[in-house]
Ligand binder design. Structure first.
Ligand code: PMP
Length: 330
C-alpha cells in the first residue's frame, strides 16, 4: 500500500513550478518553489520539525513536555502539527491584533492560545513576550523554540530546502530569491547553494520597503511574515548578494496576479518575492535559472489582499487595475 505513517513524513520535497504568464517576455527561466504543499501549508513546517527533533536529542524537550512560543502564524501551525504527532502540549501566545480565524486554526490543531494586549510595551508584564517567558518558566517541562535565535531554523533550510533546489534544478539554478523574515530560509538555503556551486549561485533577498534588511528603519508595512525592525540572530549577513525592497502595493498586486494568471493562491510575501525575482530576471542572462520561494498559501489572506474593498481602502487598486477587474466582471 502507498501510505504515509504520519503527516510529518510529508514535510519538505515541495515542487518547483515554472512561472509562465507573470514572467512572460523575460528570457531567463523563472521557477517557483511552492511551499504550501507542506502539510501545515507553509515553509515553517520545516523549521518546526527540525527545532523539535533537535530539542528532543538535547533533552530540552521531554516526553509529555510543553512547547511555548509567541507566534500567531505559520510557525505555530507547524509546531502544533509536530507536537500533536509526538504527544507534546502546545501553548501559543498571540497579540490581540491577530485575527480570530488565525487563532481558530491554532486551536483546531489542538494548541492552547493565550491572547495578550498589542498596545503595551514589550517589557510590560502583559506583553506577549513577557507572558510567553513567564509561561515557559512556570510550566513544568516547558521548552521555548524561539525561531529568531534557534540555529536549527537556518540549519533546516541548509539541510532540506537548499539541497532540494540544487537537485530539482540538476545544478542549473543561478539565482535564488526569497523574502526575509527571521532570515532562516535565505541564510540556510542560500549558504548551501553558495557552497555547492562554488559561489556561483546569486542569493537575492526580498524585503518590504521600510524594513531594516533593505536599509529601512523598521517603519510599518502590511506584508506579513517578512521584514523586521531588529536584526535577528537567524539572519546571516554574509549570504545575500543583494536585497531588493518591494512596496506593499507591488507585493499585493503581484500576489493577486499569481492567483489569476498562474492559479497560485499564495500569501503576500510570495507576491513580494516574485516581484523581486522578476526584477532579477529583467537583467539576467537568457539561460539563467531563477528560483523564487513562495512561503505559504493565500487562504489566510482572503479578507485582505484578495478583498477589493480592503485593497481600495489602502489605495492599492489603481484606476488601471480597477478597470481591468471591472472588465473581467463584465
Ligand atoms: N513569508 C511568510 C508568510 C512567513 O511566515 C515567513 C516566516 N516568518 C517568511 C515569509 C520568511 O521566512 P524566514 O523567517 O525564513 O525568513
Amino acid at each position: 500500500m502507498r501510505v504515509y505513517n504520519s503527516l510529518i513524513e510529508l514535510v519538505g520535497d515541495t515542487p518547483l513550478v515554472r512561472l509562465r504568464k507573470v514572467a512572460k517576455g523575460l528570457a531567463p527561466t523563472v521557477l517557483a518553489k511552492v511551499e504550501y504543499f507542506n502539510p501545515g501549508g507553509s515553509v515553517k513546517d520545516r523549521i518546526a520539525l527540525s527545532m523539535v527533533e533537535d530539542a528532543e536529542k538535547k533533552g530540552l524537550l521531554k516526553p509529555g513536555g510543553t512547547i511555548v512560543e509567541p507566534t500567531s502564524g505559520n510557525t505555530g501551525v507547524g509546531l502544533a502539527i509536530v507536537a500533536a504527532e509526538k504527544g507534546y502540549r502546545c501553548i501559543f501566545v498571540c497579540p490581540d491584533k491577530v485575527s480570530n480565524d488565525k487563532l481558530a486554526v491554532l486551536r483546531a490543531y489542538g494548541a492552547e492560545v493565550v491572547v495578550c494586549p498589542t498596545t503595551v510595551a514589550p517589557d510590560h508584564p502583559d506583553s506577549y513576550y513577557s507572558v510567553s517567558d513567564r509561561l515557559a518558566e512556570s510550566t513544568p517541562d516547558a521548552w521555548k523554540p524561539d525561531q529568531y535565535t534557534n540555529p536549527n531554523n537556518p540549519q533546516s533550510h541548509y539541510e532540506s530546502t537548499g539541497p532540494e533546489l540544487w537537485e530539482q534544478t540538476e545544478g542549473r539554478i543561478t539565482h535564488f530569491v526569497a523574502g526575509i523574515g527571521t532570515g532562516g530560509t535565505i541564510s540556510g538555503a542560500g549558504r548551501y547553494l553558495k557552497e555547492v556551486s562554488g559561489g556561483k549561485v546569486k542569493v537575492i533577498g526580498a524585503d518590504p520597503e521600510g524594513s531594516v534588511y533593505s536599509g529601512g528603519s523598521g517603519r510599518p508595512y502590511l506584508v506579513e511574515g517578512v521584514g523586521e525592525d531588529i536584526w535577528p540572530q537567524t539572519y546571516d549577513t554574509e549570504i545575500c548578494d543583494e536585497v531588493i525592497a518591494v512596496s506593499d502595493k507591488e507585493s499585493f498586486l503581484m500576489t493577486r496576479q499569481l492567483a489569476k494568471d498562474e492559479s497560485l493562491l499564495v500569501g503576500g510575501s510570495c507576491g513580494l518575492a516574485v516581484a523581486a525575482a522578476l526584477k532579477v530576471a529583467a537583467t539576467a542572462a537568457p539561460d539563467d535559472v531563477i528560483v523564487v520561494l513562495l512561503p505559504d498559501g493565500g487562504r489566510g489572506y482572503l479578507g485582505k489582499i484578495f478583498n477589493d474593498e480592503w485593497m481600495a481602502d489602502y489605495g492599492f487598486l489603481s484606476a488601471e487595475t480597477e478597470e481591468a477587474t471591472a472588465g473581467q466582471v463584465l
